[in-house]
Design a binder for this molecule. Structure first.
Ligand code: TXA
Ligand code: MG
Length: 337
């Protein structure tokens, strides 16, 4: 299959391909998504195939107006509207009771559906042009870091999908926050651009699912199947080091041997020698760390190091999302200083 490369202006063309059963990678404010019409089972199956995604991992449904919410979800609690008022459009996904019209292929047999109203202008235009909600997982091969630039999508999926819409770099850089409103107390299933603190300011108590911070054992119940898969993982082993920038830099510096790569804060970049050094942002600018993490993981991988050390931020604000993705890349091999 030839993959068509489209500009951000060609949203009508993208919508037309989607409306005719095609699958198209689209930019969003979080990461690129691989979209298909939520009502086209064949196209949805092609999304799973193109990514090599396990069948038991459900997709997020993307809408471009609040009116569309009731066409995909039912029994919607008032808290969903409160969250929507504060954080939609934006990087928040809600787990709700699914409408009967949403097929089991999209939800992997779950009775719930994940819904997101993205803020990216191009994404919104494409959903409107397709004239249906779009089911879209991240547009990477299963297991590799989510794509934050069209070039990342091209590297993973060229020849496997109908088109890629180039909307530049994603501004958030990690996937959306997923909150389940399906159970009480409400539960954070995946941290992202909307922080735990922001959710608590609207919902009160929010439980952080164990899969966010710890490796689950074989038979533990997973609420968001995507959280159990090894993810974002470069080929070399990753060692995450958490603590102050100063302490983690010292710790890493004393362990540099052979082909070591270090992903670090800008403030400490000059302190590492005889190794590959990748900066992913200022220690205090967690938004920047989130924005650059996935592209720096891809870059580091390309250098084929033997081992990768990474300075990992604390859990406050968007740090929880950054630390979660780092822990997953490290298979939860994390040293706390
Ligand atoms: O920011 C994002 O959310 C991006 C962009 C493209 O919107 N999408 C994304 O999709 O990250 P994906 O497929 O890579 O991750 C979806 C996550 C998976 O962990 C999946 O298991 C979970 O959402 N999920 C989907 N439906 C669910 C449901 N009904 N119940 C629990 N978890 C669900
Ligand atoms: Mg994904």
């Amino acid at each position: 299959m030839d993959t068509l490369l489209l500009t951000a202006e060609q949203t009508d063309k993208a919508g037309e391909i989607l409306a005719h059963g095609g699958i198209v990678a689209i930019p969003t404010e979080t990461v690129y998504g691989l979209a298909a019409s939520v009502y086209d089972t064949n196209a949805i199956e092609n999304v799973f195939k193109a990514k090599g995604r396990p069948q038991d991992n459900p997709l997020i449904v993307h809408i471009s107006s609040l009116d569309q919410l009731t066409s995909v979800a039912k029994n919607i609690p008032p808290e969903a509207y409160e969250l929507a008022k504060r954080f939609w459009p934006g990087p928040l996904t809600m787990i709700l009771d699914k409408q009967d019209s949403i097929s089991d292929t999209v939800t992997a047999g779950f009775s719930t559906v994940a819904v997101r109203f993205p803020s990216h202008e191009t994404a919104l235009r494409i959903i409107s042009a397709a004239n249906v909600p779009l089911a879209a997982p991240s547009a990477n091969l299963s297991g590799s870091p989510s794509p934050t630039e069209a070039g990342h999508v091209y590297a993973d999926l060229n020849g496997r999908i109908d088109a890629i819409v180039d909307g530049g770099s994603c501004s958030v850089g990690v996937e959306s926050t997923i909150v389940s409103l399906f159970e009480r107390p409400f539960r954070l299933l995946r941290p992202g651009g909307i922080t735990l603190e922001q959710l608590q300011s609207v919902l009160g108590e929010v439980v952080v699912d164990r899969a966010v911070t710890a490796k689950l054992s074989e038979n533990e119940k997973v609420r968001a199947p995507g959280m159990k898969y090894r993810h974002y993982a470069p080929k070399a082993p990753v060692r995450a080091v958490k603590g102050s920038g100063r302490d983690t830099a010292e710790y890493i510096r004393s362990r540099i041997t052979g082909k070591t790569a270090v992903i670090c804060y800008r403030e400490y970049a000059d302190e590492f020698s005889n190794c590959y050094v990748y900066v992913y942002g200022d220690e205090t600018a967690k938004d920047e760390l989130a924005r650059n993490l996935f592209s720096v993981l891809r870059e580091t991988d390309a250098a084929c190091p033997d081992i990768i050390y990474i300075q990992c931020p604390d859990d406050s604000g968007i740090g929880l999302a950054v630390a979660n993705r780092i822990k997953k890349a490290a298979g939860f091999d994390i040293t706390e200083l």
